[in-house]
Design a protein around this ligand. Structure first.
Ligand code: DAH
Length: 353
């Protein structure tokens, strides 16, 4: 012990003072707001326990008195501070109904959703065609056989129906006539029945097929259908539009090549292929070594289809095309299994946001 400090060792009263402080602090812990004043009075008040001790200082030898007085005052200060703290703590608790915000507490993590890669693809395709004047239309997913097949030049027993086997919807009034559309092509009819040329529309939406599901086939999928009708539209317009589309979506170096095909609702019909965006046409795994990737079916709208909706084929002509949204998305993002889109696996989906 250093010489300058107050020695407590043999100070009379010190033990008593310490005992009072200990009890007082111990009690104070449980004292509620309405009892604080009682506590103050019994320890710090005029008739309180510290004062009683102070009074007894007078009976000590004169040499001891100052130190005893200092010790008693130190105890008074200590209790006074403890009282203020207790008071502050209690009144803060009492203000519990006043909102208290601790801005340093970390926030709750919220899950922010993102757009599905197919939604992104549909939007990007719509955006690619918009500058050419194509408007997006929405037509029914539950269709009549008439629109899905007949008006598209596919009569009831036409072998082409095998390509579009589907799910039928029970309809008492017209048994066997209502189905889930197998492609977006019925939108062509629905639009042409509503408006006169010039026509420039993009129909996009869900389609259904009775399919053996594998890495490239789903029974529920999305298609994008384009249709342009006016006087004087030729196949070179189709070619130009498709090339513009391929360049917008897959890069400015893309080329389009057109190969003959068959669809009942177009004449001539074709399949459009795009120079491979991965190898640039050299041949790679993505294009199966050919340098070309098939992206859609298309053709010049069949004169019978035009006649069926009341358009005069001698006056108007036009092209149509149809593509699978999943296929375009798979090519763009390098996805090798179509089933990933609809597995709802966040590890897959998060990669696109
Ligand atoms: N509807 C066709 C299919 O699902 C795709 C198609 C081919 C659409 C040629 C067209 C077209 O508009 O002209 O297989």
């Amino acid at each position: 012990m250093r010489a300058s400090s107050i020695s407590t060792e043999d100070l009379p009263l010190q033990d008593e003072i310490d005992a009072v402080v200990t009890t007082a602090l111990d009690q104070l812990k449980d004292v509620q707001l309405d009892a604080l004043d009682d506590w103050r009075r019994s320890y710090l008040g005029r008739g309180g326990r510290l004062n009683a001790l102070l009074r007894s200082i007078g009976s000590l030898p004169a040499a001891e008195r100052p130190r005893a007085g200092q010790a008693a005052n130190a105890a008074r200060k200590k209790l006074g501070t403890a009282l203020k703290q207790r008071e502050a703590a209690l009144s803060a608790e009492g203000e519990g109904d006043v909102e208290q915000i601790d801005v340093t507490i970390p926030g709750y993590r919220t899950n922010v959703g993102g757009l599905h890669p197919i939604t992104r693809t549909l939007r990007d395709i719509a955006r690619a065609f918009a500058p050419l004047g194509f408007r997006v239309v929405d037509t029914p997913e539950v269709e009549w056989d008439e629109y899905n097949f007949e008006k598209l030049n596919i009569p009831p027993d036409h072998p082409a129906r095998d390509m579009w086997d589907t799910f039928f919807v029970k309809n008492e009034a017209r048994p066997g006539a209502m189905l889930l559309r197998t492609h977006t092509s019925p939108a062509q009819i629905r639009v042409m029945e509503q408006i006169r040329p010039p026509v420039r529309v993009l129909a996009m939406g869900r389609c259904y097929r009775y399919e053996d599901v594998d890495a490239t086939h789903e029974s529920i999928f999305y298609q994008i259908e384009g249709l342009a009708i006016d006087s004087g539209i030729t196949m070179s317009d189709l070619r130009g539009v498709l090339e513009y589309f391929a360049r917008t979506m897959f890069g400015r170096d893309r080329k389009i090549r057109i190969r003959g095909s068959f669809f009942p609702f177009t004449e001539p019909s074709c399949e459009a292929e795009m120079s491979c965006h991965v190898c640039g046409g050299e041949g790679c795994r993505v294009c199966s070594g050919t340098g070309w990737i098939e992206i859609l079916g298309a053709g010049m709208v069949h004169p019978d289809v035009l006649r069926g909706v009341g358009y005069d084929p001698d006056r108007y002509s036009g092209f149509a095309f149809g593509m699978g949204a999943e296929r375009i998305a798979m090519l763009r993002y390098g996805i090798d299994d179509i089933r990933n889109f609809y597995r709802n696996d966040l590890r897959f989906l998060r990669q696109f946001n």
